[in-house]
Design a binder for this molecule. Structure first.
Ligand code: ADP
Ligand code: MG
Length: 262
């Protein structure tokens, strides 16, 4: 579904050069939920922007269903970290969710159905008439997720979407993402700096090195599909997986390939 090949991104401007991403190659199958984890500043946002066609790579390419991404492709939706800035404060929740659908040339009835269904899916069926600033941070991020869902994307890109909410809200939102993924069969690429979150959410974890970024390791998460915050996180396998990711990230910081632990 998604192929990233030899992706490199160098920022240039005012005499400075930053090689944010050195050489990234990985793919994501249709219907997969893949987490990318790496330290802050390692180029995760840069990578997602290139994948989403918001930023042109310096070298390499991104393909969505075989077609080269050269601008925001119609089948992709984004959920960003800064929910506060991603919703329009002067529009009601329902209007925010409906906005991207207007590009899709759908009839008014169909748009209404999609908006109602998406809000229902994220547990905000009653909030359509509210303004975003009347909602808590966690609820605002639910609205952003509903907006992405209503758009019916093939691929959903999420950039540290829960980094700014409290722990309980975050746990609920993680479970929401897994539920939506299972119900809707969307392909999800989820970026986080949080190792536990990556292991809890992902079917596969791609570990990124520090900037300039390369893929350090890919790890299949063989936890059961049915996960829950209490039992999954204390299971021995969860502990093994998180330890392994942690060691890979430490190894990446030292610049070595790291010794894999079984
Ligand atoms: P992450 O999301 O993993 O924290 P980013 O992709 O935001 O990392 O940034 C990766 C590197 O690229 C950092 O060193 C950052 O300072 C640099 N960078 C990000 N955006 C720009 C930009 N627009 N211009 C120059 N450098 C940038
Ligand atoms: Mg970032």
């Amino acid at each position: 579904m998604l192929d990233v090949h030899g992706l490199r991104k160098v920022y240039e401007g005012s005499g400075r050069r930053t090689e944010a991403v050195r050489d990234l190659t990985f793919s994501v199958e249709a219907g997969e939920l893949v987490c990318l984890v790496g330290p802050s500043g390692c180029g995760k946002t840069t990578l997602l922007k290139c994948v989403g066609g918001l930023l042109a790579p310096t070298a390499g390419e991104v393909r969505l269903a075989g077609r080269r991404v050269e601008g925001p492709p119609p089948g992709m939706a984004f959920v960003f970290q800064e929910y506060g800035r991603s919703l329009f404060p002067w529009m009601r929740v329902g209007q925010n969710v409906e906005l991207p659908l207007k590009q899709k040339k759908l009839g008014r009835e169909r748009r209404r159905e999609l908006v109602a269904d998406a809000l229902e899916s994220v547990g905000l069926a009653d909030a359509a008439g509210a303004y975003p600033w009347q909602l808590s941070g966690g609820m605002q991020q639910r609205v952003a997720i509903a907006r992405a869902l209503a758009y019916e994307p093939e691929v959903l890109l999420m950039d540290e979407p829960f980094a700014a909410v409290d722990a309980q809200t975050r746990a609920d939102l993680e479970d929401l993402v897994r539920r939506l993924w299972r119900e809707r069969g969307i392909t999800i690429l989820f970026v986080t700096h949080d190792i536990d979150e990556a292991v809890y959410l992902g079917e596969r974890v791609i570990v990124l090195s520090a900037s300039p970024t390369v893929v350090q390791e890919q790890l299949k998460v063989d936890l059961p599909a049915e996960r829950d915050q209490v039992h999954t996180r204390v299971s021995p396998r969860f502990a093994e997986l998180r330890t392994r990711v942690y060691e890979q990230i430490q190894a990446a910081k030292r610049g070595g390939a790291g010794k894999a632990v079984q």
